[in-house]
Design a protein around this ligand. Structure first.
Ligand SMILES: C[S@@+](CC[C@H](N)C(=O)[O-])C[C@H]1O[C@@H](n2cnc3c(N)ncnc32)[C@H](O)[C@@H]1O
Length: 272
């Protein structure tokens, strides 16, 4: 099965699902691998063209294909300077002792949990005692049930934790006997996080947030129209003066009522 056929197939199928090809160009291998497995399950030996015919004849298959079109790449504390900024400028301000109420944070598309646990590490460094920890709550949502289960388990191979300092490893992880995932998150970080299955195209959390992390998802993989629709639904979910963090290679489709707060990092504050 020639790989350019796979590219052609994705260029045809992705926009029909509201995704844009450019986001999938680099990591297409993992999506195509899932699609080939699906074709095998269906007994389609005729390649992508045959799968295309199958989709045309069986419209319910689009739902299945939609579930295969995701990219599960994430890293702990990738881009350390951004994380230092999040801790020292954003969380520090939000967690000020004289500020009333809980600090509500949302990690949209949390993958294996690297992002919400990373946020929890930053918050814990500011307020390690357990009474203060109760003041920060992180909602981590993910559409893929398997990834969500992995995030809940919180087990990682050593290689995934390369960006962490020795001290961070010692404080927030314990060693396991599992040769494939030698480190496990401790309860100290778990207490900050609530995991929830949610497809953000279908529904949004009811509460409002001080800080939303929507990185390497909507603004990379969704079509422009879907990005705008999502942003419209997201804005009322951010508290006045709250912030949105997007991926470092991403741009907002329409930054009305959102102001980038530093030229260095993709962090936007709501205005008006
Ligand atoms: C590339 S990962 C990014 C993970 C993390 N935000 C980061 O930047 O490291 C994208 C994640 O978004 C999830 N995702 C994709 N579409 C989604 C949707 N409609 N609703 C919720 N999560 C979704 C994928 O399953 C995947 O785990």
């Amino acid at each position: 099965m020639r790989s350019e056929n796979g590219v052609e197939f994705l260029q045809w199928a992705l926009p029909r699902l509201g995704f844009r090809w450019s986001g999938f160009r680099k990591p297409r291998g993992q999506v195509l691998k899932r699609i080939r497995k699906r074709m095998e399950e269906l007994g389609l030996a005729g390649g992508y063209d045959q799968y295309r015919d199958y989709l045309n004849e069986n419209p319910q298959e689009w739902e299945h294909l939609d579930r295969l079109c995701y990219v599960s790449i994430s890293k702990f504390l990738r881009d350390r300077k951004l994380w230092d900024f999040i801790r020292d400028e954003l969380l520090c301000e939000l967690m000020r002792a004289d500020r009333p109420g809980q600090v509500a944070i949302w990690s949209v598309g949390c993958c294996n949990g690297e992002e919400p646990y990373g946020i929890a590490i930053m918050a814990d460094q500011l307020s390690p005692n357990s009474a203060e920890a109760g003041n920060v709550s992180i909602l981590a949502t993910e559409r893929n049930r398997e990834l969500l289960e992995r995030a809940r388990r919180g087990r990682y191979p050593g290689g995934a934790l390369r960006e962490l300092s020795e001290q961070e490893l010692k404080t927030y992880f314990r060693k396991t006997e599992d040769p494939e995932a030698q480190y496990e998150i401790t309860g100290r970080l778990r207490r900050y996080i609530e995991f929830e299955e949610r497809d953000i195209r279908v529904s949004m959390p009811a509460r409002r947030f001080d800080l939303v992390f929507c990185r390497n998802l909507v603004f990379t993989y969704f079509e422009h129209k879907e990005q705008t629709a999502f942003l419209r639904k997201l804005q009322p979910r951010i508290k006045p003066g709250g912030c949105l963090v997007i991926g470092s290679n991403e741009e907002l489709p329409d930054a009305r009522r959102l102001e980038q707060i530093t030229g260095t990092h993709p962090v936007y504050r709501t205005t008006g």
